[in-house]
Design a protein around this ligand. Structure first.
Ligand SMILES: [Cu+2]
Length: 212
C-alpha cells in the first residue's frame, strides 16, 4: 500500500502544479476540423401507427464519414398528408387517420442542407374518449399527450395527491379542472385544436389534448 500512496501523492502534486494556472505556459488551442453535414439518418424509415398514437422519430445528422455530429438542433419536420400523420417540432409523429404519408426531416447547417424521409402508415380512427392519470406518486400526467376526435371526452383521474388541470388560453379550450383528489372529472372537446394544460401546483407538470 505504501508505494501506491507515494505514487498517487506525486501525481496529485504534478496535477496541481500543471493545472494551477499560476502563470505557466498555456495549452495552444487544438484545431479540430468541424464536421460537415452530409446526410440525415432516421431511426426508422417505415413507421406503423394507429390513429391516436404518437411515435417519436429519432434523427441523427451525419458527416461524410458517417459519423454522428453531436448536439445538432434545428431540424424541420414536414408531412405529405397532415390529415394522416402530423409532426411535432420535437419529432413526434401523430397518427391522425387511416392512410399513408411521407414525413421529411431536413436540416441546414453551415450552408449545407440534408434531408431524410420515412413512410408512415396509419390505421384506425381517432378515439372518442381518453383517460389521463394525474400522478399519485409523481408530478406527471400519463399519457402526457392524447390525440382524440372532435367531441371526444377526456377523463382526468386524480388520486390521493392533489393536482389540477389548468388549460392555457386557446379558442375552444374547455373549463379548467380545479384542484382535486380521488376523483374522475371529464371534459369534452368540441373544437379542433392543441389544448395544452398545466397543473398550477407543480412546476413542469404539463400535458396536451390534441383534437382533430
Ligand atoms: Cu400537480
Amino acid at each position: 500500500m505504501k508505494p501506491t500512496h507515494v505514487i498517487l501523492g506525486c501525481s496529485l502534486l504534478l496535477l496541481s502544479a500543471c493545472g494551477g494556472g499560476g502563470g505557466g505556459t498555456t495549452t495552444p488551442p487544438v484545431n479540430i476540423p468541424a464536421q460537415v453535414l452530409a446526410s440525415i439518418r432516421l431511426g426508422a424509415t417505415t413507421i406503423a401507427l394507429s390513429a391516436g398514437s404518437v411515435q417519436v422519430l429519432t434523427v441523427e445528422a451525419l458527416d461524410a464519414s458517417g459519423r454522428v455530429i453531436p448536439n445538432v438542433t434545428g431540424y424541420s419536420f414536414a408531412s405529405s398528408a397532415t390529415n394522416v400523420a402530423e409532426l411535432q417540432s420535437g419529432g413526434g409523429v401523430l397518427g391522425i387517420s387511416a392512410g399513408s404519408a411521407v414525413v421529411t426531416v431536413s436540416l441546414t447547417r453551415d450552408g449545407v442542407t440534408a434531408t431524410g424521409s420515412a413512410t408512415v402508415t396509419v390505421t384506425g380512427s381517432l378515439p372518442v374518449a381518453a383517460t389521463v392519470t394525474a400522478g399519485n406518486a409523481d408530478q406527471t400526467f400519463t399519457p402526457p399527450t392524447v390525440i382524440v376526435a372532435r367531441n371526444a371526452s377526456v377523463t382526468f383521474d386524480f388520486g390521493a395527491l392533489q393536482h389540477n388541470v389548468t388549460f392555457r388560453v386557446a379558442s375552444g379550450a374547455p373549463a379548467s379542472v380545479p384542484s382535486s383528489t380521488n376523483a374522475s372529472i371529464a371534459r369534452s372537446f368540441p373544437s379542433a385544436g392543441d389544448f395544452r394544460y398545466d397543473c398550477s401546483l407543480h412546476a413542469g407538470m404539463t400535458g396536451a389534448v390534441i383534437v382533430r
